[in-house]
Design a protein around this ligand. Structure first.
Ligand SMILES: NC(=O)c1ccc[n+]([C@@H]2O[C@H](COP(=O)([O-])OP(=O)(O)OC[C@H]3O[C@@H](n4cnc5c(N)ncnc54)[C@H](O)[C@@H]3O)[C@@H](O)[C@H]2O)c1
Ligand SMILES: [Zn+2]
Length: 422
């Protein structure tokens, strides 16, 4: 709470027609209101004195306090994802080792849990997860390893998991604990959703993208017949443990892919804070992304309306991925798509003309590309046309707009592709 006295507040507010309670009485009225409301303000806590201080000093103190409170332990959130109970989320450095009581609370009655892990993290983070399960009084089964990355999202891998769970005698009271990037979480989540008609799922994401995006929201899928995420269901995790220290071992290119999704979330929920992302901690970025996911997913868990705002930049990204024969990675394509979406939004009068440059500056600072590579325009058009077919007849773009984003359809493909260039 930012505090100032009645005289100062009356000076700052002036005689305002937009504040009906202050239309008469001046400073005296401000003092009355302040006194009446002070119990509520005090209950909020975190009082920060602003009177007689420079703005910079106030901001510095707010940031220092935030940092010290952030160090006090991982952040905890609850996100309604359409499951029986909200998904509990723990975010921060060291979150795995601090999650024993959260595991006990999120998995009442569970005596055993199958640990399913991406091959890259089975010896490291999966071992830590098994240890904290033991501390929670839950016997870890496995760990069951997955082929690293996208290769895990295959029906044969899924069937092997069913076999392993069956051989281990897992019953419906057991849980699956998925450890790894978005691919590992997707296939392990699908196995949890289908084994014994669905058992509880805990996600322990170990990539930036999985923390910022894949771990929360309930979507699980495998690839099939050459199509990504063709077969899937909704099966929200009961608990997500996003231990940001696990990202220390990520190859730089993998780390960067997830940063693009964080910038996407900032454009949606806090565009004024975009520049902060350039120097902020990873934990801060993941927290903002999760807050964005919380807002859109809880309003529309089944992705039928407002949740689609989270696809900002993705119509362009999918066209670039497809036209490049998937040589441009998803996060890089999203970065280019975010700048294009901001340009398109400005051309349609939906957002500030300066936004595209601001988004580009932050993305470049994070090492992400912002300019489209030279691609065959006919391949880009074909990719947009395929998108149009999937969306039921109209290419739909999400563009930044007041309140987050707006869905626009009926944009001519030529005009849309023009947004890939300044
Ligand atoms: N379900 C959803 O809502 C959702 C949302 C977004 C993306 N996804 C899916 O997520 C997948 C992409 O996820 P991703 O970007 O995390 O990639 P990924 O899961 O393919 O992992 C990328 C690489 O990093 C390795 N890795 C993982 N953790 C590591 C660590 N801590 N240290 C070192 N290496 C590590 C993996 O072995 C892999 O080689 C795609 O399949 C996508 O479809 C799902
Ligand atoms: Zn994405």
């Amino acid at each position: 709470m930012l505090r100032a006295g009645a005289t100062e507040l009356a000076r700052r507010l002036g005689a305002s027609w937009e504040r009906p309670l202050l239309m008469s009485g001046g400073e005296h009225r401000v003092a009355e209101l302040l006194q009446a409301r002070s119990p509520v303000y005090e209950a909020l806590g975190g009082r920060l004195e602003t009177e007689g201080r420079r703005l910079g000093a106030i901001v510095d103190e707010a940031v220092a306090r935030y940092r010290s409170s952030a160090r006090a332990g991982p952040l905890r959130l609850e996100i309604a994802c359409g499951g029986e109970a909200p998904t509990r989320v723990i975010v921060g450095d060291g979150a795995i080792s601090e999650s024993a009581s959260a595991l006990r609370d999120a998995l009442p009655g569970a005596r055993r849990a199958a640990v399913v892990a991406d091959g890259a993290v089975i010896a490291s983070h999966a071992a830590d997860v098994s240890e904290v399960l033991r501390a929670a009084g839950i016997e870890p089964v496995g760990p069951f390893g997955l082929p690293p990355g996208e290769a895990a999202k295959h029906v044969d891998v899924l069937a092997t998991l069913w076999d392993r769970f069956h051989e281990a005698g897992l019953d419906p009271s057991a849980a699956v604990v998925a450890v790894g990037g978005g691919a590992a979480l997707d296939v392990a989540g699908f196995a949890a959703a289908t084994y014994a008609r669905g058992i509880r799922l805990v996600n322990v994401p170990t990539t930036v993208l999985a923390m910022a995006d894949a771990a929360v929201g309930g979507k699980v899928a495998i690839d099939h017949a050459g199509a990504k995420n063709l077969v899937g269901v909704f099966h929200p995790a009961v608990l997500v443990i996003a231990d940001t220290s696990t990202c220390a071992t990520l190859p730089p290119a993998v780390r960067r892919q997830g940063l693009a999704e964080i910038v996407k979330c900032l454009v949606l929920i806090a565009p004024t804070a975009l520049e902060v992302a350039a120097d902020a901690s990873l934990a801060w970025g993941i927290e903002q992304a999760l807050r964005a996911k919380a807002a859109f997913v809880s309003a529309d868990p089944r992705d039928r309306g407002i949740r689609r705002a989270l696809n900002l930049g993705h119509t362009f990204a999918h066209a670039i991925e497809s036209a490049s024969g998937h040589t441009v990675a998803h996060g890089d394509a999203v970065a280019i798509g975010l700048v294009a979406a901001a340009r398109l939004g400005a051309r349609l009068g939906m957002c500030d003309a300066a936004l595209a440059d601001r988004v580009a500056t932050v993305l470049e600072h994070l090492g992400l590309p912002t300019a489209a590579p030279a691609l065959d325009p006919s391949l880009l058009r074909r990719a947009l046309a395929a998108d149009k077919k999937r969306a039921g007849g109209a290419v739909r773009f999400i563009v930044p707009a007041p309140g987050g984003a707006a869905l626009v359809s009926g944009v001519d493909a030529g005009a849309a592709l023009g947004s890939l260039r300044p």
